[in-house]
Design a protein around this ligand. Structure first.
Ligand code: FAD
Length: 332
């Protein structure tokens, strides 16, 4: 199969031998867009020793694989240089990146250096009359903007969770095209070590019930209210980034893009607005209940149940009710 100007590319994000879930989400959507454009869907993977990962990308028609020891750890300069070379030589219609720290880093450099249009934080992509129509989230989810892109190639960053990952999973063995890196790759950055959130007293990725607090908590002195509720529920307290930045909770309790990704049975979000960076870390919880005094808070878009309430009115009452019912259950 030869390259065409209607091809859709997905940049494959991976860390420590695991492909990011957002990549499969983009492959699912990418399939739909490639079919609508009459092009191929290509997964572009850069790294060293990525062959086992490439074989999981069967939703794509082809995997474009660039292997080099200098690409083993992500550095924006090296990965952008390889991508720039590939895009210049093959001219796809669009390249999808995750709206992640890595994706945003790369898409901005690529679009800037090749004068490509760039749409960010996409929640939907469609094809209308051979134009790409990208719907993007703005202002932390309060606004949606629509961009129509006719120029090619274009770059789009896609919000994690915008599309189901299942449609990007396939048992098919993809065709893998090995491409050498461009000569004289100018590596100016070196990864010295990966900083991960310190392990805390509780591993919140393994706790089935999480009581999550946000800036709505107002001050550290109010934390015991959430801790009491978490204890009554047999769970633990975690929080959004501002609660960690302000020293109310340790980094090991932060949920989201720069914290941990959790999938508890219950995620009770109290006074959390639901910014994309937070939602990235908790959207896959089995049951999400949100409590927020603002009826327009974006957290309600991902919640299974929501209550427009002052959390301080709810917390003590809810804790007492849970304890009462636990007492009744124990007595019967
Ligand atoms: P706010 O957005 O201020 O929301 C507070 C909410 O509390 C509001 O919705 C308000 O209506 C509600 N509220 C106020 N009082 C009450 C009350 N009495 N009762 C009920 N509700 C009340 N954020 C993360 O969480 N995790 C991350 O890992 C993360 N990584 C990031 C990485 C990058 C690169 C960037 C740029 C940002 C990142 N952020 C992250 C920050 C993110 O963009 C948001 O700023 C943050 O999630 C907002 O936290 P919040 O919801 O607690 O605060």
């Amino acid at each position: 199969m030869s390259a065409s100007g209607q091809d859709v590319w997905v940049y494959v994000e991976h860390l420590r031998g695991t492909v990011a879930g957002s990549t499969y989400e983009m492959l699912g959507k990418g399939r739909e867009i490639a079919d609508a454009l009459g092009g191929r869907l290509a997964a572009v993977i850069l790294g060293a020793g990525t062959q086992p990962l490439a074989s999981t990308l069967g939703a794509a028609d082809v995997v474009i694989s660039v292997e080099d020891p200098s690409l083993a750890e992500f550095t924006p300069g090296a990965h952008a240089a390889v991508l720039r070379d590939l895009v210049q030589h093959r001219g796809p219609r669009v390249v999808f990146f995750g709206a992640t720290s890595i994706g945003m880093d790369l898409a901005a450099v690529l679009a800037g250096s090749l004068k490509m249009p760039l749409a960010v934080n996409a929640t939907d992509v469609a094809v209308e009359d051979d134009r790409l129509v990208v719907t993007s989230q703005m202002c932390g989810g309060k606004l949606l903007a629509e961009a129509q892109i006719v120029e090619r190639p274009a770059a789009v960053t896609v919000l994690s969770g915008a599309f189901p990952a299942e449609s990007g999973l396939s048992d098919r063995t993809p065709q893998i095209e090995n491409v050498p890196p461009p000569p004289a790759l100018d590596i100016r950055m070196k990864v010295r070590r990966l900083l991960e959130p310190a392990a805390g007293d509780v591993d919140i990725t393994k706790v089935p019930v999480l009581v999550a607090v946000g800036r709505g908590l107002q001050r550290k002195e109010n934390l015991p209210l959430a801790e009491d509720l978490a204890q009554a529920l047999g769970g633990a307290v975690c929080g959004s980034r501002p609660t960690v930045d302000q020293g109310w909770l340790p980094l090991s309790r932060q949920i989201g893009k720069s914290g941990l990704i959790v999938k508890p049975r219950l995620y009770l979000a109290l006074g959390i607005s639901g910014a994309p960076e937070h939602v990235e870390g908790m959207k896959d919880a089995e049951l999400i209940i949100a409590v927020n005094s603002d009826p327009n808070a974006p957290i309600f878009d991902v919640a299974d149940y929501g209550a427009v309430l002052d959390m301080f009115e709810l917390l003590p009452v809810l804790k007492d009710e849970i304890e009462k019912r636990k007492g009744m259950a124990a007595a019967s």
